[in-house]
Write a protein that binds this ligand. Sequence first.
Ligand SMILES: O=C(O)CCC(=O)C(=O)O
Length: 247
Amino acid sequence: MPLSEGDLAVYRHTGHLTVAGLFDRGTTDALIADIEQWGEAFLADLPADQRAWYVDGGVRARTVLRKLDNPHHHRAAVRDLARTPALVGLVEQFIGPGVSVYFSQVFFKPPEGGGPKPAHQDNFYFGPNDLEGVVTAWIALDDATLENGCLYFGEGSQHGPVYPHVAPPEEPYNLQLPPEILARQPMSPAPVRRGGVSFHHGNVFHQSAPNLSTRWRRAIALHYVNAHTFFEQPALPYDDTLKLRIS
Ligand SMILES: O=C(O)CCC(=O)C(=O)O
């Protein structure tokens, strides 16, 4: 599916682009069932010292996961998703041919308290050798709306530098842009319907709000790199042996 010049211009200008309707309901429902099954098993075995990172602290009534790492490594259904020709064709139009998934995440954002993700730049976390060589495909498994915590982007911020991030002392992994940098950058909401994909540049500021609604906002983020890009100076540990060659 070739993107139009207009779509590519939007991506270059704003740092993100939403492509609607890439996956049908059968696919998103099957992925939800698969990650829920995995999530239950993961939670049952989760060591106490990792709960703060994986359990959603905003949902008081029950224990529910905030995220899971590297679903492309752990779940065949997510590998199939990452290899979908229409998706790969789009990824290659952003970063060039010969792509791999270097890292991936499930974001659960549960109803009635699912926590926010503070504003950040993926390229600060990843520290790639080429800032242009990374694109994230954020695949909406539910409608992501203003009410349930859709993504917000700092449009055009990918043209600026990657800024040093800060983290609260009790959450050293929760790296985020400092308030004085954010104060200069308006953030715009980007709702996505289920089955749509939000693509974003590794430098673009993005964040999500808490989910105070009664609906889930689940998504899978696949972080693709092109043939010559790798995480050279990552801020957190990433296991590059899990890299999955796609094309
Ligand atoms: O889904 C979210 O709330 C955060 C997603 C994100 O930061 C990403 O995909 O890079």
